[in-house]
Design a protein around this ligand. Structure first.
Ligand code: GUN
Ligand code: FE
Length: 447
């Protein structure tokens, strides 16, 4: 059987825009060569060539796009939930940096990253942008594991040559850049897991390092991920470190490391002001909105409504281990929750986010960073989750939108019956290719 050509039958939801959610009950989603061929309400509406494809019957189940995590730290998975009584800078010093230093040991990395990747395979995210550590062998190992996981990821070897402990800091800008180049030369053969340039944040990177990374970025045409305007003490520190920069974003832009020709994603943006927002708009920089981390580290509440209205490109991030939960369903729920708190704490004119908006951010909004990803419109890469309604199901009838709302709010891995990435089933415990226990194949579907 050709696994990349098939039809899924079930109750289908996907975003068209941030405000428009398509809910199509008893419908058909065509996958052709790993891409969506469109969603059709009747078998007879499916274009003729696709009608020969095997149809997998998921009647009564929800079929939604795979979720996109635009920001997580792979080495921090080990200490989720620890140190949640701290703010960012103390938490970095006492929790994140000491843990990340352990990844110099490849065996430690193998154990820790093995557990992370197994967890990610079982969860609802299909595309993820991850920070590794400064260590090249451990980062390559992480990429190896992810390459074979069935997920599609961007992974960064982290750069940091100042303001961090000796056990983690790279010795100088030249050595950090040389290690980055060595890493890039060793990860050229991956298909599903590709490199992304990863200066940690301005306080960790000297001007000389940023200059060298900018040269590498141009040479290799790399996307970039980093942190921006997350915490008030951090922002004051950046002002001290870069008195010539007009805003935090400008401290990257001065080295041509702030969008433009290459995809760039900045995590948090809790305190971005008018100038920074305008710079992000002009240079097409993505915001990774990480509501759970912003709560846990008492960073604040990002003005996501403002960013949506300004037309910024935006998705959601778990920011594990600032965030505890890898699932982007949790980021969707928290995104609504914190937007309501923001409103009642003074941003009275900012309407809270809706289900439609957070579902969009966690699928199509973040998916755009990976290309045509995160929707079922024809031509989109087919990443899909087949989901069961979380139990117990309420004893009253639910609309498809309400069933989706329950999935966002209270599903867990047990609700995920199948997961497809680029039309291929993700191998993981409990999932079996199309012959799986719950999806029934009808090779000649009945109209
Ligand atoms: N800023 C710099 N490094 C980090 C990190 O590891 N996590 C978070 N949340 N913010 C950061
Ligand atoms: Fe982060």
């Amino acid at each position: 059987m050709d696994y990349r050509n098939f039809v899924l039958q079930g109750d289908i939801c996907y975003s068209k825009t941030a405000h428009s959610l398509v809910t199509a009950e008893h419908s058909f989603l065509v996958c052709t060569e790993g891409k969506s061929g469109g969603v059709f309400s009747r078998f007879s509406h499916i274009p003729r060539p696709y009608r020969q494809f095997p149809c997998i019957d998921y009647t009564g189940k929800l079929i939604i796009p795979g979720l996109v995590d635009l920001h997580m730290h792979a080495p921090q998975f080990t200490f989720r939930s620890l140190g949640m009584d701290l703010e960012l800078l103390e938490w970095l010093e006492t929790r994140a940096f000491p843990e990340e230093a352990k990844y110099e040991d490849r065996n430690y990395a193998l154990q820790a990253y093995g557990a992370l990747v197994a967890t990610l395979q079982e969860g609802p995210n299909t595309r993820i942008c991850l920070f590794g550590t400064v260590h090249v062998p451990a980062t390559l190992l992480l990429m190896d594991l992810l390459e074979h996981s069935g997920l599609v990821c961007m992974v960064g070897k982290v750069n940091m040559d100042r303001n961090s402990p000796d056990t983690l800091r790279e010795q100088d800008a030249a050595r950090s850049a040389a290690a980055t180049q060595a890493w890039l030369e060793q990860c050229g053969t991956y298909r599903n897991c590709t490199p992304i340039l990863t200066p940690r944040f301005i306080p960790s990177c000297t001007d000389e390092l940023l200059r060298r990374l900018s040269t590498l970025q141009r040479r290799y045409g790399l996307p970039l991920q980093s942190h921006l305007s997350e915490n008030l003490r951090e922002i004051a520190w950046v002002r001290e470190l870069c008195p010539e920069s007009s805003c935090y974003g400008d401290a990257y832009a001065r080295f041509d490391l702030f969008g433009g020709d290459v995809p760039t994603v900045m995590a948090h943006c809790v305190y971005s002001g008018n100038e920074e927002i305008a710079l992000m708009q002009r240079r097409g920089v993505y915001v990774a909105h990480c509501p759970q981390s912003n709560m846990n580290l008492a960073s604040g509440i990002a003005p996501a409504r403002r960013y949506l209205e300004a037309g910024l490109s935006m998705g959601l991030g778990s920011d594990v281990a600032g965030g505890v939960h890898t699932s982007i369903f949790r980021a969707m729920s928290d995104g609504i929750g914190v937007s309501k708190l923001r409103r009642c704490m003074g941003a009275g004119d900012e309407a809270p986010l809706t289900l439609e908006e957070v579902f969009y951010l966690g699928t199509r909004g973040g998916g755009a960073f990976f290309g045509q990803v995160g929707s079922f419109e024809a031509g989109y890469e087919l990443d899909a989750l087949v989901m069961e309604d979380p139990r117990p199901v309420p004893p009253f009838p639910l609309s498809l939108r309400e069933r989706l709302e329950r999935i966002v709010g209270c599903s867990d891995e047990r609700s995920i019956l199948m997961k497809y990435v680029r039309g291929l089933p993700v191998p993981a415990a409990g999932f079996k290719a199309h012959e799986g226990p719950r999806g029934k194949i009808r090779s000649r579907p009945l109209p």
